[in-house]
Design a protein around this ligand. Structure first.
Ligand code: ADE
Length: 238
């Protein structure tokens, strides 16, 4: 597995485009995502699509042609916002978060964490005008889904993708090793973990973990990873 060799002084930049930017605020300003930004490992910039409307009512969405429930995000603000960003720097991917996209997984997270500049577009309401997706000049380069269920908008999906990607940047999480031993990193689930106290309500921490024997601990974890993966995710073994 390859992890991003962070070019000194160049954070991974992620621009997130949203019709409801407030939804993104708190998760991006707490914990590991906040620290990664403070440490200049990542630069995450949220853009309010409404700022790219020009009419008096700042209209972002309209009912679908042909009828049907829900509102559709208009193409103009999305094109304008993406093009204004592309005029400032080259983007490796312009991602649209959508339930009918390619299933997002750890492999894609690894891949994205190696990039320099990413855009994530959040759809909202019923969807976005199809011309954003079908534009022949290739506005959107990749469509990602975080699972087979429909969210009210792409914001939560954009946050999931951002979180999974940013934590892989070396230095983003405290222990440089821990991203390497995550579930899925080598196609397997992770082993169980314990901390103090050694006995809690009669439940004891496995003896080997208290032994200080690193070779035996590594072997035990390996067996546990295989056992857990076989029991819970047989599909990953195949
Ligand atoms: N927008 C709505 N549902 C979504 C999903 N499952 N994944 C990504 N974006 C979405």
């Amino acid at each position: 597995m390859s992890l991003r060799i962070a070019p000194k002084g160049q954070p991974l930049r992620i621009d997130i485009l949203s019709a409801v930017p407030k939804l993104l605020e708190s998760p991006l300003s707490e914990s590991i995502l906040a620290r990664a930004q403070k440490k200049k490992l990542a630069e995450i910039v949220v853009h309010d699509l409404r700022a790219f409307t020009h009419d008096k009512h700042r209209t972002l969405d309209e009912p679908p042609y042909g009828g049907g429930a829900g509102m559709i995000l208009k193409p103009e603000p999305i094109f304008e916002c993406i093009e204004s960003l592309q005029a400032q720097r080259a983007y490796d991917e312009v991602i649209y978060a959508t339930a009918d996209g390619e299933p997002f997984n750890q492999k894609i997270a690894n891949e994205l964490s190696l990039k320099a500049n990413l855009i994530i577009l959040c759809g909202h309401y019923k969807g976005i005008d199809e011309r954003v997706r079908s534009f022949e000049g290739e506005l959107i380069t990749r469509e990602l889904s975080i699972g087979d269920y429909v969210l009210t908008g792409g914001e939560l999906a954009a946050l999931v993708i951002t979180d999974a990607v940013v934590r892989l940047i070396p230095g983003a999480i405290g222990d440089g090793e821990s991203a390497l031993s995550d579930s899925f990193q080598d196609g397997m689930l992770d082993a169980p973990y314990y901390t103090r106290p050694p006995e809690f309500r009669g439940m004891k921490v496995p003896e080997v973990l208290l032994s200080g024997n690193h070779k035996e601990i590594a072997e035990w974890r390996d067996v546990q990873r295989q056992k857990r993966t076989r029991e819970r995710r047989k599909d990953l073994m195949e």
